[in-house]
Write a protein that binds this ligand. Structure first.
Ligand code: ACO
Length: 332
């Protein structure tokens, strides 16, 4: 059985509070020029007060569901990619379910850092293609501003908060909008990007060294890994999809660093017109960065529908994920 999938609706949401590079110079020894030339980032949106990643996820989700026209009662699964949900449990997916009233959905979170949305898409593809589910909601919602050491200039300038959602359903015209997904994991490279969990030993045991829950990163190693390996993974996925690389309209990469995006563009022979980037505005929003870039580019007319696109990301784990998708009119 191979039941085809339709990408039925997309949505994104970012919090209103904006922090510019210039603002950051008030709290760390940095400059707009350093951040801009090394990363392409100019500003980022961050949570403020008691706003939560679940609330961002709900906003993005509502937009994707509305566009899809699917009744929330008919959602079979909610799969959330969230580095920091409001709680470790209940899962972010369960919390979103409770708020939107998707009472028949099975809900769980995926931990694959910035590759989380593509990992979720891979799981959803298997579930729909095999006939185990009809309607699946994917949500990536990231609150990395709460996982940063705001005195560490090597990491805190890089990230922002935001959420994106993708509503998937069964296709009734035979076209599978998710032509291929390719996922990779490299646990041996886990030290490249880490966010330690916290927790104290039982007082009757030997005390442990408690780590702070901040992102730590070997930026140069990540950079080298991505620019050498990701193009190979992308080419493998394109081959698996049966689509010719030259016939793919757009490349929508994870928004981690403008120099990485440009290296991919060059290596895969795309150009600035068909590579989607909005890192300037939002910085690295981890798993949410691909859907945010995708929806914004469609809304602004930079991406014309219908089209084909490569969605590709990488992140802590190390993990990497690529999907070759077809995007129809009316999904945004
Ligand atoms: N402002 C000013 N100076 C800075 C800053 C800053 N914000 N940060 C670092 N520097 C300094 C360093 O201290 C260093 O100074 P030194 O030469 O006196 O020691 C100098 O700038 C160069 O630092 P590098 O780390 O060598 O800078 P590099 O050119 O490698 O750029 C960066 C760093 C932007 C992090 C880059 O390595 C990169 O983007 N790597 C990939 C990161 C990435 O993609 N991460 C994905 C994370 S996704 C996830 O899963 C969470």
């Amino acid at each position: 059985m191979n039941i085809p999938i339709r990408i039925a609706g997309l949505g994104f949401y970012v919090p209103e509070t904006v922090i510019t590079n210039e603002d950051l110079t008030k709290i760390i020894d940095t400059s707009d020029e350093w951040i801009r030339t090394r990363t392409g980032i100019e500003k980022r949106h961050v949570l403020s007060g008691n706003q939560t990643s679940v609330e961002m996820g709900v906003e993005a989700t509502k937009r994707a569901i509305k566009k899809s026209g699917i009744n929330v009662e008919n959602i079979d699964y909610i799969i959330a990619a969230a580095s920091l949900g409001t709680h470790i449990y209940p899962s972010c997916a369960c919390e979103i379910q409770g708020i939107i009233g998707a009472s028949n959905a099975v809900c769980f979170d995926v931990t694959a850092a910035c590759s989380g949305l593509i990992y979720s898409m891979g799981i959803a593809k298997s579930l729909i293609n095999s006939g185990m589910a009809k309607n699946i909601l994917l949500v990536a919602t990231e609150a990395l501003s709460r996982c940063l050491d705001w005195t560490d200039r090597t990491t805190c300038v890089l990230f922002g908060d935001g959420a994106g959602a993708v509503m998937l359903t069964v296709s009734d015209d035979g076209q599978d909008d998710i032509a291929a997904v390719d996922l990779k994991s490299f646990g041996n490279l886990g030290h490249y990007i880490q966010m330690p969990a916290t927790g104290k030993n039982c007082p009757l045991a030997v005390p442990n060294d408690e780590e702070k829950m901040f992102i730590k990163m070997e930026g140069k190693e990540v950079y080298k890994f991505v620019v050498t390996k990701l193009p190979i993974f992308i080419e493998e996925c394109v081959e698996k999809s049966g689509v010719n690389l030259k016939d793919i309209d757009y490349l929508v990469p994870h928004q981690a660093n403008m120099r990485i995006i440009e290296a991919l563009e060059k290596r895969l022979e795309f150009n600035s017109e068909n590579v989607i980037s909005n890192i300037q505005e939002y910085a690295n929003t981890s798993a949410a960065s691909i859907p945010i870039a995708l929806v914004e580019a469609i809304e602004k007319g930079k991406m014309k529908l219908p089209c084909t696109a490569i969605l590709t990301g990488f992140g802590a784990g190390m993990t990497a994920g690529t999907a070759i998708v077809r995007l129809r009119e009316g999904i945004v």
